[in-house]
Design a protein around this ligand. Structure first.
Ligand SMILES: O=C(O)CCC(=O)C(=O)O
Length: 311
């Protein structure tokens, strides 16, 4: 996007940019602040220098991953459905100077590159405590445990659509290499984002090139526009989002559930399944509500026990 285009888009929004975004250095934030002001308050946060030190991704580069795992078969998502290929070939397609717009996205690391996933553990404190990854829930239930996805893209590549993630999941977006523009809109802006009739989690608006004739209400939405750089971790509390890559980029996203979005997940599950399987849906919802009690106590303990993030 040229500076002129960006200025036009910015001018189009009625509310000041990024009034909704708190920015921290990782040394300034701890689990108490993260939970109180962001996860429970459902407000995003940008944590600078959070991918750092001896945590493995800080030493990863796209080329080192290709060197180590280029021959592994991986599955990635595309608008035409899941695609399969060797990591090296798909990275070449994604980064090559061809006109193909291949986005290597949503590669499930734990499933497709388990050795690489092992390097992520133990997780930094900020990423621990995913309720769905505990032993209290079955391994393969609802997308499985430890939903950690990898993304490789070249400048100009955009995520296909402004969207909300399924099941109310939270996202911790870790920028490892390169720069990526991340766009967020609060769920309060939903009336201005034209959710599609087929899928209310998808918006008809392209925030990078809005058509105000087609979507006049969009001018009332407040866009949070973030330029992610290496080391950044962006917390997305289930807000509308999409991206545009600014330079050759490697991103990892952790999807998590916690006291801030567990209720939303239960509501969405009931909404999706109650009509077709009322008794099963009621049993699952009751179990999930019950299991929230020990999970909440565990979360409280963790928040108290870990006053600061490890350096
Ligand atoms: O890094 C990106 O392009 C965003 C990915 C995303 O929004 C998603 O997987 O839901």
């Amino acid at each position: 996007m040229s500076l002129g285009e960006e200025a036009t888009i910015k001018a189009a929004y009625s509310t000041a940019q990024n009034q909704n975004l708190m920015v921290y250095d990782y040394k300034q934030i701890n689990p108490q602040i993260l939970f109180r002001d962001h996860i429970r308050a459902r407000k995003p946060a940008l944590i600078k220098n959070a991918v750092h030190g001896s945590w493995a991704p800080w030493s990863w580069t796209i080329s080192s991953l290709v060197q180590r795992y280029g021959d592994k078969s991986i599955t990635y998502r595309s608008p035409a459905g899941d695609q399969v290929g060797d990591l090296a070939n798909v990275v070449e397609k994604a980064l090559g100077s061809n006109n193909e717009k291949v986005y290597l996205r949503n590669l499930r690391i734990v499933k497709d590159l388990p050795e690489l996933a092992d390097e992520l553990f133990p997780l930094p404190d900020i990423l621990r405590g995913d309720w769905k990854s505990t032993f209290l829930l079955p391994n393969n239930w609802l997308l499985g445990k430890h939903i950690i996805e990898l993304f490789v893209s070249k400048p100009g590549i955009t995520f296909p659509v402004l969207h909300l993630d399924y099941w109310g999941m939270d996202g911790f977006i870790c920028q490892v290499e390169g720069h990526k523009q991340f766009v967020l809109f609060s769920p309060d802006d939903t009336p201005y984002l034209y959710p599609t009739a087929e899928n209310p989690l998808l918006s008809a608006v392209d925030p990078f090139q809005p058509d105000f004739n087609k979507h006049p209400e969009f001018k009332n939405a407040s866009m949070v526009l973030i330029d992610l750089e290496p080391g950044d971790v962006l917390y997305n509390p289930g807000w509308w989002h999409t991206t545009k890559t600014l330079s050759q980029s490697l991103t990892i996203i952790f999807s998590t559930w916690n006291s801030g979005n567990w209720g939303q997940m239960i509501r969405e599950l009931v909404k999706a399944n109650f009509k077709s399987e009322p008794s099963k849906s009621a049993v699952i919802a009751s179990y999930l509500a019950l299991v929230a009690i020990p999970l909440f106590m565990w979360e409280q303990w963790r928040i108290k026990a870990t006053g600061t993030y490890p350096s």
